[in-house]
Design a protein around this ligand. Structure first.
Ligand code: SF4
Ligand code: MSK
Length: 621
């Protein structure tokens, strides 16, 4: 195994973990090695009980499963199931936000309000909900009902598809992949991959495109837009990042997972005077709520709440010995946390009925008594403060300021209310192109190295970088989310950033907020009168690991944007499938996948692609 991380705080905590005999994801990966070759190639199948079957890629005569499934069929089915799981995760998150808005509009929940009325009205107009002469609650209730319809099968097309350029919609219609209903595409994906249903790898993969699009232009977009209505549309805000944000003299609560519904209320509860008084009684100077992964991103985008780290730092935060409670909801929460927490005083508190963990205390969260439950959780953390084992406390001093909050609305505001300054900079070549760098950490590759190397190479070459998820947290920790980072950018991008007082790397939010990037890309394409696939724009996920990332990559390619993956997806055993994903897709979608594990080479590939797109648009390369 190579270097584990480029993040000094992580390296310090890895050393502490090793000294204290605590295993982490890196150790467990080592124990898994060599990982199953069939699994890595995506050619094992256990979709029925005639199997499990696996295809030997080295046999002269191509092998088949008991039912006759070829390597391409098996790899395509496995890929579709990954896309469906990822789309389901994002979309179920979206559904929870929709139902919370509905309940808030009905006055059935505590602590939630409609914070962004302008967005509520804009969406009402988009969905044909009458707003005139009605209260915001009435509008929100009808809007939420409209959104609920988008999950089922009443409609034949998702409403948000209309945000895409006309040319892109025509591509989807021609291919028959315009999503009809969010749940419907996910269910159909499971149906198609059942034994003996869809056995054409191209047809299976096309439905993968439709399922992915139902996430990006459906479930994720609902999560983003409805969170904005409930919690406010992000505006530029500053805060601090990395494990150094944990405080030695305060009660530290780390909120981890994905949904802002609980964490927003935890932030509120932590300001409660009564609980602050209890904290002081217990000897703490205050209550410090920090984020982790995308729950953290949701909070930092809206409130500048400190973020303790990205995916591979969840265990390391506990290793500091200074976390009273880690409150988790859904997605990207390692079951290993329960084991690591046992070595310290930390309480792991699960909150979603959908996500329980053996050996972990569960406090079921539900919106109707949200504030009460949040206060109960904060109290549990506060009361745990005296149990800290002082001799085990070591908080790394790494801490870095960031600037985040770049929603599409905030970017427009920074540009003076119109896209023109951005378009002019792109046309004049001051900004060569735009790269969306997103996704996770993965112990198979050095933590944060892919994100940082790729980002630095691209900004140095005058590409504006937009980010979400753990990629954005990596850049926050490295200081790349500050306007001062423009010093690392090429002369054109630097001048633009200095004029606008923005960083060369814009943090646009959590994983579901990639939908913001789709909206921005559509706006740029519409302004130029072209398709998204004509833009000098690229997507990249240098350290991805989750099924959600597979869904994201699929809808980004489906939206017309080349997507470069830094860790190898489990499809290589299906040779024709690989051809389809990396080449064939280009002919029909105007975009395809590429895989490049070396981030410097990935940067070169991206720059070449951007130059070619510029040339095709008649711009200087
Ligand atoms: Fe084997 Fe076919 Fe059953 Fe898969 S569906 S386990 S390939 S028999
Ligand atoms: S949290 S999906 S590890 S980006 Fe969105 Fe990070 Fe990936 Fe989870």
């Amino acid at each position: 195994m190579g270097e584990k991380s480029v993040d000094r705080a992580s390296l310090k905590m890895l050393k502490k973990a090793s000294d204290e005999g605590i295993g982490t994801a890196w150790d467990r990966l080592e124990k898994q090695e060599p990982q199953c070759g069939f699994g890595l190639l995506g050619i094992c199948c256990r979709n029925c009980n005639m199997g499990p079957c696996r295809i030997d890629p080295f046999e002269e005569e191509p092998g088949k499963g008991v039912c006759g499934a070829t390597a391409d069929i098996i790899a395509a089915r496995n890929l579709l199931r990954m896309i469906a799981a990822g789309a389901a995760a994002h979309s179920d998150h979206g559904r929870d936000v929709v139902t919370t808005l509905y309940a808030a509009a009905q006055g059935e929940v505590q602590g939630y309000q409609i914070k962004d009325e302008a967005k509520l009205h804009a969406l009402a107009a988009e969905f044909g909900v009458v707003a005139e002469g009605r209260s915001k609650e009435e509008i929100a209730r009808d809007l939420a009902r409209e959104a609920m319809e988008e999950f089922g099968m009443v409609k034949e097309r998702l409403q948000f598809l209309n945000r895409a350029p006309e040319k892109r919609r025509a591509v989807w219609e021609k291919l028959g992949i315009a999503p009809r209903g969010i749940d419907r595409e996910i269910v159909e994906a499971l149906h198609r991959t059942h034994m003996g249903v869809d056995n054409d790898y191209t047809n299976i993969t096309l439905h993968g495109g439709r399922t992915g699009l139902s996430d990006g232009w459906g479930g994720s977009m609902f999560a983003t837009e409805f969170s904005d209505i409930l919690f406010g549309t992000p505006r530029p805000v500053r805060g601090k990042s990395n494990l150094g944000v944990l405080k030695e003299d305060q009660v530290n609560i780390v909120v981890h997972g994905h949904e802002p519904i609980l964490s927003e209320i935890i932030v509120l509860a932590a300001r409660d005077e009564e609980l602050l008084a209890v904290a002081r009684e217990k000897g703490a100077r205050g209550i410090n709520v920090c984020g982790m992964c995308c729950t953290g991103n949701e909070l930092l985008m809206r409130h500048g709440v400190p973020i303790a780290g990205n995916f591979l730092q969840q265990e390391l935060a506990l290793v500091t010995g200074a976390v009273e409670a880690m409150v988790v909801d859904v997605q990207c929460v390692m079951p290993a946390l329960a084991q690591v927490a046992k070595c310290y005083h930390t309480k792991i508190i699960s909150t979603s009925p959908k996500a329980k963990f053996p050996g972990v205390e569960h406090v079921s969260f539900e919106e109707h008594s949200a504030l009460e439950i949040a206060k109960r959780i904060v109290r549990m953390a506060v009361e745990n403060y005296p149990s800290r084992k002082q001799e085990l406390v070591q908080i790394p001093d790494e801490e870095m300021e960031y600037m985040s909050g770049f929603s599409v609305e905030a970017i427009l505001q920074a540009l003076g209310g119109t896209l023109n300054p951005l378009l002019d900079a792109v046309k004049a070549g001051r900004i060569k192109g735009i790269a969306a760098i997103v996704g996770c950490n993965n112990p198979k590759t050095t933590q944060d190295r892919g994100h940082l190397t790729l980002t630095r190479e691209l900004i140095k070459n005058d590409c504006l970088v937009v980010q979400t998820g753990c990629a954005a947290i990596a850049c926050a920790k490295a200081g790349l989310l500050l306007p001062e980072a423009a010093a690392e950018a090429g002369p054109g991008l630097r001048a633009v950033c200095e004029a606008l007082q923005v960083p060369p790397v814009l943090h646009m939010g959590s994983c579901v907020d990639i939908s913001r990037i789709l909206v921005a890309a559509s706006a740029v394409a519409n302004a130029l009168g072209v398709d998204i696939s004509d833009l000098p724009a690229v997507g990249a996920a240098p350290e991805w690991m989750s099924e959600k990332a597979v869904s994201i990559g699929t809808y980004v390619v489906g939206s017309g944007v080349l997507t470069v993956l830094g860790t190898v997806p489990p499809v290589l055993g299906g040779k024709n499938l690989v051809e389809l994903l990396t080449k064939g897709a280009r002919d029909v979608l105007g975009a395809a996948f590429a895989v490049e594990e070396d981030p410097s080479k990935a940067a070169a590939l991206i720059l070449e692609h951007i130059a070619a797109k510029r040339q095709a648009l008649g711009l200087e390369p």
